[in-house]
Design a protein around this ligand. Structure first.
Ligand code: ATP
Length: 335
């Protein structure tokens, strides 16, 4: 019987369990055995392995987190680590490894491939949606749904008090969660990495926008979505600055790790199921060093190296709509 390995690595993402379940069910379907490594690459180095059968994963797809645990493992970057991992995989008779994780985990997989002759398949598991070659990553849809829900709740209280709120969302260095949740919840403003790179927002310009929106609409709420790492000190510092320097009452709200918990959305469960099965089928086809992805409804395989060396841009139409059509302050009066 062919034996394959699987692990979840880096930041956990809602739907990782559904992906794991799909890998195990597909492997059994095709007559393979599955060995899971707990705690990502750390478990691969420590030989912390457990066999997984369908009975172990049947009812896990409705939970976020990962039943085989995840971890960050800085020492995996070392050559000795990759060699040790290769030895451990060989001694267990594993011929292929499925890595469920984000770009860091795929860099780790690529590093391992330099020292191990087995097949390596990536499955995109990250809330950030920052992997090239796939229309969506597992966990992104749930993170957006949670951020939208939080923004709706903030809107209730902000509107009652005519307040400015800054809601900080995750995304690493990409604005996908920020853009989609802002649109889904009708936010007045977004501060996203992709926008900051072109033309960083100044506090003076932000204050001007807040005041203009009030002039146009009358008193009311102003809800802003701030992507993490896009303002020194984040939402707390920015709201303090607005209060102190411009006498503008403002409240920060940090969503943090709430964005990674709770029941995964149907989209994430289904995506994870499709990609998990796809990963096993890629192994059967003899593929290696590729990520299982989805493009316009079609299953695709993307060279692992491309997933972090190339970038998916933000949706230009969503940006245009948010900026132009939904902006209460029209271009002619914006300056
Ligand atoms: P997320 O973006 O959702 O947090 P991620 O997979 O990008 O997920 P990272 O912490 O960046 O999370 O990476 C996970 C692990 O992958 C690291 O802890 C490390 O073990 C391994 N890794 C990352 N980069 C490399 C590299 N250049 N070489 C070898 N291993 C790496």
């Amino acid at each position: 019987k062919q034996r394959i390995g699987v692990l979840t690595s880096g930041g956990d993402a809602p739907g990782m369990n559904a992906a794991l379940r799909a890998v195990v069910l597909a492997a059994e379907h095709y007559g393979m055995e599955v060995m899971a490594f707990r705690h990502g690459y750390e478990g691969l180095l420590n030989n912390e392995h457990v066999p997984l059968k369908s009975a172990d994963v049947l009812h896990v797809l409705q939970y976020s987190g990962t039943i085989i645990k995840s971890a960050r493992c800085p020492r995996f970057k070392e050559v000795e680590s990759a060699q040790l991992a290769a030895n451990n995989l060989d001694s267990l008779g594993i011929s292929a490894l499925v890595v469920i994780g984000g770009d860091g985990s795929f860099r780790g997989a690529h590093h391992l491939s330099q020292y191990w002759k087995g097949q390596i398949i990536g499955v995109p598991g990250t809330i950030d949606n920052d992997l090239y070659g796939t229309d969506a990553t597992i966990g992104y849809s749930t993170a957006v749904a949670i951020a939208m829900d939080a923004l709706d709740k903030i809107r209730d209280t902000a509107d009652a008090m005519d307040r400015v709120f800054i809601v900080e969302v995750m995304g690493r260095h990409a604005g996908f969660i920020g853009l989609k949740s802002a649109m889904a919840a009708g936010a007045e403003r977004m501060i996203l990495p992709e926008l900051q790179k072109d033309k960083p927002l100044t506090i003076a310009a932000l204050v001007k926008h807040i005041k203009r929106v009030e002039e146009v609409r009358g008193a009311g709420s102003y809800v802003m979505v701030l992507s993490e790492h896009q303002w020194p000190g984040g939402a707390v510092a920015l709201s303090e600055q607005l209060e102190a320097e411009y006498n503008m009452p403002c409240r920060p709200c940090l969503l943090g790790h709430i964005q990674r918990g709770g029941p995964p959305t149907p989209s994430d469960r289904v995506l994870a199921s499709e990609l998990g099965v796809h990963a096993v089928e890629l192994i059967l086809q003899g593929k290696t060093e590729v990520m299982a992805g989805i493009k316009a409804g079609e299953m695709v395989e993307v060279p692992l190296v491309d997933t972090w060396t190339k970038k998916n841009p933000l949706d230009a139409n969503l940006l245009r709509i948010q900026h132009e059509i939904f902006n209460p302050v029209k271009k002619s009066t914006r300056s």
